[in-house]
Structure formats: structure tokens, C-alpha cells
Design a protein around this ligand. Sequence first.
Ligand code: ADP
Length: 592
Amino acid sequence: MSGVPARVAQSLRLAEAPRWAPGAIILLALLAAAFEAAGLYLFIPLVQSLGGGGQAAPMTPEWLHRPSGPGWTALLVAGLCLSILAKNVLGFAGGYLARYVDGIVAHRLRVRVLGQTLSSCIDYRPGVRMTDVVTTLANNTWKVSQALSLTWRLAICVITGAVFLGLLASISLRLTGLAVAMIAVTALVVHLTTRRAEALGGQVVEENKQFGLRMWESAGALQLIRSFGRESFELERFRSVSDRMRRRILALDLLWAVPGPVAEVLGALLIGGLILAGVAFGVALPALAAFLVALYRLQGPVREFLACKVALEGLGAALDDVDVFLSQTQTPLLKAGHQPVPPLLQGLEFRDVCFRYAPDEPLALQHVSFRIPAGKTTAIVGASGAGKSTLMSLIFRFRDPEHGQVLADGAPLTDFDVAAWRARLSLMAQEAQLFNATVAENIGYGDLAADAEAIRRAAEIAGAAEFIAALPNGYDTNLGDRGLRLSGGQRQRIALARTILRDPDVLLLDEPTNALDPETERAFQLALGRFSQGRTVVVIAHRLSTVRNADQVVVLDAGRVAEVGAPRELLARPGRFAQLYGLTLDDAREVA
Ligand code: ADP
């Protein structure tokens, strides 16, 4: 999409400004322009009353041009001052209103972009970079409100321009024709010199995204960068994208600055030409003076119109970015059912499930069928890439199968409201994800309505109360980025307390003890074991000890179910499971 009318339409559509806004802003601008024009118009009788003489301009009422002494002059001066006052009050009110609306628009758009990011699982689409989402959210939503502000200014320029053109035409049609022709030439020159604005704007958006990516990756991998001694390499990469962005923005700024001087120089030529033409056409002095004042005043809107046009073209790519993002994420990827979620009595079932991440990718899960009995622990094992995490994300409904169904007590998960279903689950991953917030806030994330007492109880059950008490501010201690202040084991205990507070039916574990030392692991397992008793647990198991504690084992091999059975049974069999753990038959019998 291109062209100013199309961009104006696009920014109005994206901005979803309050209905009253365009009418109110344009009405105020129209009134302000009318008062200003009226003020300028009073110049003609004023100059006449001062003895300028000459003929009245055509199409103006006779009574305004009757020269009648100092009282009349004073009245005209008062009228002129009042109209300038009214113009400024109305202009200020209009400007304030436009800024108020732009602020609301940017705020609503930011909330909408984040809302759609959360609801659409866009992060699960291959090829989507989260830094791009951040750039859209942090930069480009502002640019929509900027575009809207340019749209108001364009409208105001058109209105003011039309009012002043009317005024000019009422003074001299011939001179007005000449002025319009010169303005058209100015617009053409500006258009030809700023043709690249739209393409340059696109490059700025792209550079911005590269810049966001470098910023995010450098800040997120500080330890890695230092440990590999790549400080100067990273600095150079960052310097290069930052510099490229600087140059593009400078080029765009340069284009934005072109219309002003071009319009002013051509405007000066125009005024010179009109004085000569006015004399040649025999236009009376007061009318010619008023004409030139009005024309001089018209230059402002013309210059601003041309500058806004270039600026709006420069923002085009940012508008397209927000537009594409909103349409990509508008309908959530998941079908949402509305059935209430009953307590899980029998269990979950995968029935002939196939899944792939993108149409051109191979199947990550192929005709997977098995049951997960309620109240029991099911261990999922398999080599890396076998499909274990994919299976978990289908239970969570981060994605839906392309074929087959996942069922809870016989009902497809797609029948349930997604949020209500997820409220029954809780995930503990290998790395506990913590927020840069206090201990209490991190645990309380499991149940936002929980009081301090409930948070303390959960921490006690998770075996975290002791080390929390030793922190400088106890439950009010800030944990730092990703819980930096705590050890791996302590982080997992905070995560367990959060899960305990959530009180899920189904506990999904991605071997949360993997990174812990044996002693910490034992203590953690004890707390976890107590909590998970009687709950449905699905655990991605890497260690044999985890598998042996399970009631059932599902062995995945390259996206297919290779074996299902009790751990003892599988260990005693020379199948994929025994092979996975490198066990000989004798070893296996021993372990079992
Ligand atoms: P596991 O958890 O057993 O290591 P995964 O479930 O992560 O295995 O991966 C199963 C297959 O799906 C692998 O081939 C992997 O490359 C692919 N895969 C995983 N996540 C994505 C993704 N977001 N986009 C595309 N392919 C993916």
C-alpha cells in the first residue's frame, strides 16, 4: 500500500481513535482557521480606514468598506485582536485534543499488541523472532500514533489552506490562479526530491529490528560473551548495526527537512511575482496588501502539508509492520471451546496424534496413541528430538494436533476453554523461570488472590521457608533478573512453592532436578514427591531413578511411541528403553 490517502486510511483504521475525535479535532481547526481568516479580512477596511483608499475587493460586503473615522478604526482593531485571540484559544484546544487522542491510541495499541502476542502463541511459529515482537510493541505502536498525529495535521492544513484560498479568491481570482499554479510547482518539486521517503522508512524499520536483536542477544548472553572473550567481537557487531541505523535515520531526517526550505524559497519567488502581477493587473493597494498577508499565511499550511506528507510516507513501513502483526495474531491459533472442565477422574489420552511445527517440516509426532492414568505418574523417555517437549506442549494446548486428538476423561481438549484447561495444569521445567520481583510475588504468581499466609504455607511445603528466612528481607527480598540471587536448587523450590499454590490436577515435570547436586536433589524430590502424591504427573525423565519411581513409562522414538509399560517390565526387556539407557539385559535386571 502506498500514497498519502491510503496511508491516512491505514493509520485511522489501525489507530481505532474514539469516534468523536476526528470530527471534534477538525471542527476546532476549521473554527480557528475561520477566525484567523476573518482577522486578516479586517485588514482591508482597516487599511482603507487609515487612508489607504482604493476599491473594495469583489465579493465583500459594502458596509465593511465604509471609511468612518477613528471610532470605526478602533472597532476594526478590536475585532482583529479578538479574532486572533479566538484563533489561538481554539488552536490550543485542538492541539491538546489531538495529543490526548494520540496518547490514548498509542496506549490502546500497545495493550492490543501484547494481548494478541499472549493469546496467539506467536512465539511458537517458526521464523518469528521475539525481538521483532518487542520492536513492534516498543517502537512501531508509537509510530501509528505519530501517523495519526500527522493525519490530523494534514486535515488541518487542508482545511486552513481551503479557507485561505477562499479568502484569496474573494480578493482576486486572477492572482489566486497564479498562486495555485506556483504552489502546484512547489508540491511537484518536493515530491520529486523526497520520492525515497517510503523506501528509506522501510529500511529504518528493518535496521531497528536488527538493532533490537543485537541488543537483546548481547544483554541476555553477557556471561557467555565474557567467558569466550568475545567482548570486542560483540561490540563490533553492535557498533555496525547501530551505525547503519544512525545513517538511515539521518537520511530520513534529511528528507523530512527538504519540504520546508523548498517551499519557503519558491514561496518568496511567488510573492515577488504576485506583487509584479498585482501591479500589472491594477489591483488596489489595500486588497493587494491583504492578498499578500493571506498568501504569506497560506505558506505555513502548504509547507506543513508537504512536510507531513513526506513524514507519513516515511512511517509507512512501521504502519505495515503493526498491520501485519495484528492481522497475523488476530485469531488465536487455537480453537476455543466453552465446556467447563470437570475434575480429571480417569486420565488423559493421546489418540492417533500427528503434529508438525510448520507445513513444510517433517512430523514431530507420528500417530501417537497412549493413556495417562489419573492419579499416577507417567514418565516420558526418549532421545533428544524424540518429541517429548512437543508432547507436553500439546497437553498444555500451546499448540493443537494436526491429526488425532488429546482427550481428558474422553472429552477432546478443544471442547474446553483454553484458560480454564490450563488452570488445571502446572509445569515445572529444568530451569525455573522467575521474575525480577520479590520472593512473595514470585510464589504468589501461582494464585494471584493468595494472601501472605498461603504463600508462607506453600513455601514451607516446598522446603523453601528456611532459606527465605535467611534472605535479607525475607519474603520481600527482590530476586534479581531470572532469580539471580538464588542457587539452582533454591530457584526450583520457589518454582515448586508457586506450583503448590496453583494446586493443579495435572503436574507436568521436565525433570526439574536435572541441574541439582545429588543431596539437593534428594531433599527436593522428597518435597515434590509429597506434593505430587495422588495427582496426575507427567514427567520427562532423563535419569533412570526418575523412571523407576514412575507407574508407567512411555518410550518415544523419532516422534513415534516405541514402548509403553511399567518400568520393571521395560527394563527387563531388550527393547528401545533398555537400549536408550545403554543397559545390557543383566544390568537391566539388576537395576530393576
Ligand atoms: P525432545 O523434547 O524429545 O528433545 P522436541 O519435542 O523438542 O524433542 O522436538 C521434536 C522435533 O520437533 C525435533 O525434530 C525438533 O527439531 C522439532 N521442533 C521442536 N520445536 C520446534 C519448533 N518450535 N519449530 C520447528 N521444529 C521444532
